[in-house]
Design a protein around this ligand. Structure first.
Ligand code: AMP
Length: 249
């Protein structure tokens, strides 16, 4: 089985996100960038499936500018076999990402595509579902466990109020939730070895995908600060404050 894993470069989860002065997006200059944490979990799962003998090849793909080579090398050091950078300098919205990934799927013919459930910079939570829709493949989103059975796959997913298990036929699309696995640390020999693995750069124009998707981000702004909260000692104090000081807004 061939597995395709989609990875996005985002501000590291330990940095605090800042907006550009004109509100046109998130500041990325002088900001530590990393692989989206859910995508790291996707790589880890794919590499484990290869180590167990379930998968034969793991390909990682990212869409964006040349700076993405850094995260693709990290994915190769985690154990992916080869990497694909679909190069574009333009901003790509979720539907365009899904269309580009669908074109990569046509080219590579994987049996499984694993994505993160959401990118932590935009929190869209859309690409996996859109990709499954475009390909007309079954989808298992927010996966916390994968189990291969015969020719199919059982996916346990985290839903409101509990866990749900779905049986999917392959090919399929999976998106990862936090509890699926804990990504490995990368050893120095693996970093050195990753430098010798294939990283192919594919100009977006070669895929003949339209980037027009009917959606444009007009402006981002920081949410208003919450008004000061007051802690009360007991119910009587709460009732007194509600009677005497609470105002209808
Ligand atoms: P989103 O729907 O934007 O929250 O992203 C969900 C998932 O889609 C991410 O966790 C990635 O696996 C994938 N993805 C989003 N944007 C990109 C991108 N530019 N390149 C590759 N994969 C992406």
């Amino acid at each position: 089985m061939k597995i395709l894993v989609a990875v996005k470069r985002v501000p590291d989860f330990k940095t605090s996100v800042r907006l550009k002065a004109d509100g046109s997006g998130i500041e990325t200059v002088n900001v530590k960038m990393s692989i989206n944490p859910f995508d790291e979990i996707a790589i880890e799962e794919a590499v484990r499936l290869k180590e167990q003998g379930t998968a034969k090849e793991v390909i990682v793909v990212s869409i964006g500018d040349v700076a993405l080579q850094e995260i693709l090398r990290t994915a190769l050091a985690m154990g992916a076999d080869r990497a694909l950078l679909v190069r574009t300098e333009e901003e790509v919205q979720p539907l365009s990402v899904a269309r580009i990934l669908a074109a990569v799927v046509q080219k590579e013919a994987p049996q499984l595509v694993i994505l993160g459930k959401q990118a932590i910079d935009s929190d869209n939570n859309q690409v996996g579902q859109m990709l499954a829709g475009l390909l007309n493949w079954p989808q298992g989103c927010f996966a916390s466990r994968l189990r291969f059975e015969g020719a199919g796959l059982q996916v346990t997913r985290e839903i409101d109020g509990g866990l749900e298990t779905l049986a999917l036929s392959l090919p399929a699309v999976i998106t990862t939730d936090l509890r699926l696995n804990e990504p490995r640390y990368i050893s120095l020999p693996n970093i050195v070895q990753a430098k010798r693995k294939l990283l192919e750069v594919l100009p977006l124009e070669t895929l003949a995908v339209s980037l027009s998707c009917g959606m444009k981000v007009l402006k981002l702004s920081v949410p208003e600060k919450k008004r000061n909260a007051v802690r009360v000692e007991n119910a009587a104090e709460l009732v007194r404050l509600l009677k005497e000081e609470a105002k209808v807004l």
